[in-house]
Design a protein around this ligand. Structure first.
Ligand SMILES: Nc1nc2c(ncn2[C@@H]2O[C@H](COP(=O)(O)OP(=O)(O)OP(=O)(O)O)[C@@H](O)[C@H]2O)c(=O)[nH]1
Ligand SMILES: [Mg+2]
Length: 441
């Protein structure tokens, strides 16, 4: 599920990592070069001091080093070998009591270490799999590290975030949701101090995860809790299902009747799609399969009256749940939208649920907006999530209309429905890296 978003998220993390490592490497190389030149020249000046000491050993050593030095400066090649040889000579000088010599020796050793570090940094930045995963520990023991800590600046993230936004939009994420994610990731990252490459990936990934987590978590009571609340008041929970044609309203009603029967409740279905040919037969088929009562009138009759009768029936029989099926309609069809408003007025549902097809991506979000404007919906059920590789609607729909997703349709069987769980959704979206924890603010 949601492969497309998953890919986009890990690509963003990797790109930022690449950019920062490249920049850090450039800076480190520059520093390194400057460092070598400096110690090289300080070594040359040391030579003069040492000559003043007139020590035989020292003169012999310096003579050799001096020669190498002259040979190596112009070409600038073999610097590491050069340093190695110098270091060998200098370690011989270590036996000397001259304090200056000792100081010079440790300077040279530093250069060697840095030079080795540079090799490590190249090696590790290209062999990420071998990296240590800890974030706070000091770099060492072969772990890649920047020579200095790097602070992420706006310029580092601008291109990547622009790309992320484009990709989210292509992945059918609604514009306002894409903007929100990008802004939140930017806020999270800019100013963050990073020590090594796996920090970058982790921080970017967690920033994304935090942003998405905020977007998909809309607190809501579960439908079961709502049934219980209504039961305590002595009435059924009346739920009306709306949406455009073929999104899965009737199938979802069959699934929910089954779901709540299994929980010990007694649902009743209202066949309020009196409009489409075969609709009454279809919903009757599901009611019979699941074993629940169906209230139906003739084709073409008033759907509001059917819904009203079903509510009366549930009240009279002490049933806990009324599921009202309605005809699919385009949000642009004014007559049918008015008819839907009438069903709502007459049956006074506790919940109006928009049923959207996840596969239609941003269209589902746009339709939800229109239905919400027309009759103020209370929640969403997204169907066909089992076949949704993009994830755009799942990510956007709740946030855009500020209403919770209540269930996800996960297939064509009666058991193929699950209560929406934002943690589960987050793991679906980020499952390749799901061992990461969400950063606490
Ligand atoms: N894969 C998959 N298919 C689904 C799911 N929900 C519904 N379907 C299929 O979608 C098709 C349409 O389902 P219906 O329940 O008839 O849709 P509807 O919204 O009632 O359609 P209208 O009444 O014509 O507006 C059927 O073939 C269903 O089996 C789901 O969660 N996953
Ligand atoms: Mg239907």
């Amino acid at each position: 599920m949601f492969e497309s978003l998953k890919k986009k998220f890990s690509r963003t993390s990797e790109k930022l990592e690449e950019e920062l490592i490249e920049e850090a490497e450039k800076e480190d190389n520059l520093q390194e070069e400057e460092g070598k030149k400096f110690s090289f020249f300080s070594f040359g000046s040391k030579k003069e001091n040492m000559e003043e000491d007139e020590s035989n050993l020292l003169s012999e050593a310096e003579g050799t080093v001096g020669k190498e030095t002259e040979n190596e400066i112009p070409g600038g090649d073999s610097i590491e070998e050069d340093v190695d040889e110098k270091s060998g000579l200098l370690s011989r000088l270590r036996g000397s009591s001259a304090k200056e010599n000792i100081e010079e020796t440790s300077d040279e050793e530093k250069i060697i270490e840095e030079s080795q570090d540079e090799e490590k940094s190249h090696f590790w930045s290209r062999n990420k799999d071998n990296e240590d995963n800890s974030v706070d520990g000091e770099a060492g023991g072969g772990i890649f590290s920047f020579v200095r800590e790097k602070t992420i600046q706006e310029k580092h993230v601008e291109d990547i975030l622009f790309e992320l936004e484009m990709e989210l939009l292509q992945g059918d994420v609604a514009m306002e949701v894409a903007n929100e994610i990008v802004e939140s990731v930017k806020e999270d990252l800019v100013g963050k101090k990073i020590k090594r490459s796996n920090d970058i990936t982790e921080y970017t990934f967690l920033a994304l995860k935090n942003a998405v987590s905020d977007i998909i978590s809309i607190p809501s009571k579960s439908m079961t809790e709502m049934i219980e609340d209504k039961k305590a008041e002595g009435g059924p929970l009346v739920v009306m299902f709306v949406g455009i044609n073929g999104t899965g309203k009737t199938t979802t009603i069959g699934k929910l009747a089954n779901f709540y029967m299994k929980k010990g409740y007694t649902p009743v279905i209202a066949a309020s799609d009196t409009f489409r040919a075969g609709a009454i037969e279809q919903v009757t088929y599901h009611a019979d399969n699941v074993g629940v009562k169906i209230i139906k009138h003739k084709k073409g009759s008033d759907p509001a009256a059917v819904a009203y009768d079903a509510v009366e029936h549930a009240r009279a029989q002490g049933k806990e749940l009324v599921l009202i099926d309605t005809a699919g309609r385009m949000q642009t069809n004014t007559n049918l939208m008015d008819e839907m408003k009438k069903i709502k007025r007459v049956s006074k549902p506790d919940l109006v649920i928009f049923v959207g097809d996840a596969l239609t991506g941003n269209d589902a979000t746009e339709q939800a907006k229109k239905f919400n404007e027309a009759i103020d919906i209370d929640g969403v059920i997204l169907t066909k999530a089992d076949a949704d590789s993009k994830g755009g609607a799942s990510l956007s729909i709740g946030y855009v209309i500020k209403k919770p997703i209540l269930f996800l349709g996960m297939g064509q069987g009666y058991d193929d429905i699950m209560e929406y769980d934002s943690e589960w959704m987050l793991n679906q979206l980020f499952s390749d890296n799901d061992e990461s924890e969400i950063i606490e603010d």
